[in-house]
Design a protein around this ligand. Structure first.
Ligand SMILES: [Zn+2]
Length: 250
């Protein structure tokens, strides 16, 4: 059975940053990259909900039913860099937070020491019945943070994928994380200098011959006859020369 992984994206459309950044939209964009990454690995089943933090008691948890792990995606303010929050008494939650942090923190530009932290008062940390992590990927109130959150979505998605693989003790698929060597390009074929003649169209064999009108001409003066075609030069020649001839057969 595939591991059912649930992603919840922030509903905070009031959290804004430079260049028109909105937390809700930013997290949904990263989540769609996550879907395309996880959909390539049949060991996982990807579930996403954007009902978010404040609906965690209702539709959010209903959609999370059957999921093995719960990951909430957020961007932060004030504190730069990645922070991974887990429920203090959840050993698995802490492990998941560590796995995700390990792959994200070296990539995110902020260097504040957020780290891996227990934070039980977050709803998305203490409500889900499965191991859960709330990720603050990076702060959105500074330009470098926003440029990373919006410009490196695929990289962020792959880092989260690596973290989830680590949590399960699975090896990430090389084709997904980009460690497969690209196939050598085939050498271009030399141009064909002596191309094959075009195929001869299918004609019935033997080709039909138009019937020829044949005249057998008798020359009384020479007491001899010739076979001539009607269009033959000789017919007009004999006529022009005034030589008497008779058509014997046609
Ligand atoms: Zn948030």
């Amino acid at each position: 059975m595939a591991h059912r992984v649930f992603f919840s994206t922030s509903t905070q459309s009031h959290n804004a940053g430079p260049r028109g950044y909105i937390e809700k939209k930013g997290m949904e964009a990263i989540c769609s990259q996550l879907r395309s990454v996880f959909d390539l690995d049949r060991r996982f089943f990807f579930v996403h909900s954007s009902h978010g933090l404040f609906n965690v008691l209702g539709p959010q948890l209903k959609e999370a039913q059957g999921a093995e792990i719960y990951i909430a995606l957020h961007s932060n303010a004030v504190q730069k860099g990645t922070v991974a929050y887990y429920f203090s008494s959840s050993v698995k939650g802490k492990h998941l937070a560590s796995c995700l942090f390990k792959h994200l923190a070296p990539l995110s530009p902020g260097r504040d020491t957020g780290g891996v932290r227990a934070h039980d008062s977050f709803w998305e940390v203490h409500m889900p019945p499965m191991p859960s992590v709330l990720l603050e990927l990076e702060a959105h109130d500074w330009l470098r943070g926003v440029l990373w959150l919006t410009g490196k979505r695929k990289t962020i998605a792959k880092a989260i994928y690596r973290g989830v693989c680590d949590y399960y003790g699975l090896v990430p698929k090389p084709a997904i994380i980009g460690t497969v060597k690209p196939k050598p390009k085939p050498k271009p074929k030399p141009p064909v200098l002596d191309p094959e003649p075009p195929a001869i169209p299918n004609v019935p064999f033997p080709p039909p011959v138009p019937p020829r009108e044949v005249l057998v001409v008798y020359l009384p003066g020479l007491q001899t006859s010739f076979e001539l075609t009607k269009s033959d030069f000789w017919v007009s020649f004999l006529t022009r020369m005034g030589i008497r001839f008779e058509v014997v057969t046609k």
